[in-house]
Design a protein around this ligand. Structure first.
Ligand SMILES: C[S@@+](CC[C@H](N)C(=O)[O-])C[C@H]1O[C@@H](n2cnc3c(N)ncnc32)[C@H](O)[C@@H]1O
Length: 247
């Protein structure tokens, strides 16, 4: 039996971890060598939804890895007009196999273990603490969140209990199979408001790319328009423009 701590995270991931420690720099310079266009689109989506969703609806991210994009969302919230907005980050870790956007074959999940969870937890906690940000990090699968929190999640702030079941910014970067993405959209679309942004990563991934039209028609029928798309279709941002559609 091989224990998780014996597994080397791998050179590539180590390199990424180093870079992601400096994630906040992307927010001010999203077009740098690493950030490129996909980060610019990502950050514009966060900024827009955080500044324009009038109620204090949380942002949410599915798929956290080492915390790079959660960090960028937190930094953008920090610099926004609603710095107390919550971010909920969801990832089961535990080296589960899932269909990622990097390979069309099943991805082994070997590098998404609990060691990585501890690293991300540590980085994000320190970061949120320093900036007094509201961050909730849940170690679970997206479908478990959908089941447990179907009626909303309880957040506590300023002597108040608030049940939250609407979201401002929604980042989908977990499982990238077409079935999984539709499950995610089915959950989040009824939980969106005017100016909610859904940002989907890896829309150039062959499975998602081949179903692009279907995804877009579904979103359009639910009041979302395609708003920004990054170079080579890597990331797509959809913005909710109509609130009176059946969702
Ligand atoms: C591509 S990585 C996320 C990268 C991160 N958003 C970033 O850019 O810094 C995908 C993550 O999805 C997680 N994941 C896999 N299946 C999941 C599921 N069912 N629900 C939530 N997260 C999942 C994996 O553990 C992995 O950490």
């Amino acid at each position: 039996m091989r224990f998780e701590q014996d597994i080397d995270l791998g050179k590539e991931l180590q390199k990424e971890l180093e870079l992601e420690k400096n994630w906040f720099e992307y927010v001010d310079a999203p077009n740098n060598e690493i950030g490129k266009d996909s980060f610019r689109v990502f950050i514009e989506g966060i900024r827009f939804s955080i500044d324009n969703c009038v109620e204090n609806h949380p942002a949410i991210e599915l798929g956290v890895r080492s915390g790079g994009t959660s960090g960028i969302i937190l930094e953008t919230i920090f610099k926004s007009s609603f710095p107390k907005r919550w971010l909920i980050s969801i990832d089961p870790y535990g080296m589960l196999s899932y269909r990622s956007g990097m390979h069309s074959a099943q991805w082994s999940g070997m590098t998404y273990g609990n060691e990585l969870y501890r690293t991300a937890l540590n980085l994000l906690a320190e970061y949120s603490c320093k900036r007094s940000l509201n961050h909730l990090f849940l170690k679970m699968k997206d479908i478990d969140y959908f089941r447990f929190y179907n009626d909303g999640i309880d957040l506590y702030q300023n002597s108040k209990h608030v049940k939250c079941n609407k979201f401002s910014f929604i980042h989908l970067d977990a499982e990238h199979s077409i079935d999984a993405v539709f499950e995610q959209l089915k959950f989040f679309i009824p939980r969106s408001v005017e100016n909610t942004v859904i940002s989907i990563d890896d829309t150039n991934f062959d499975e998602l790319s081949s179903c692009k039209k279907m995804i877009e028609e579904y979103l359009k029928a639910s009041g979302f328009e395609l708003w920004l798309r990054s170079h080579k279709n890597k990331r797509s941002n959809y913005r909710k423009v109509e609130t009176n559609t059946q969702s």
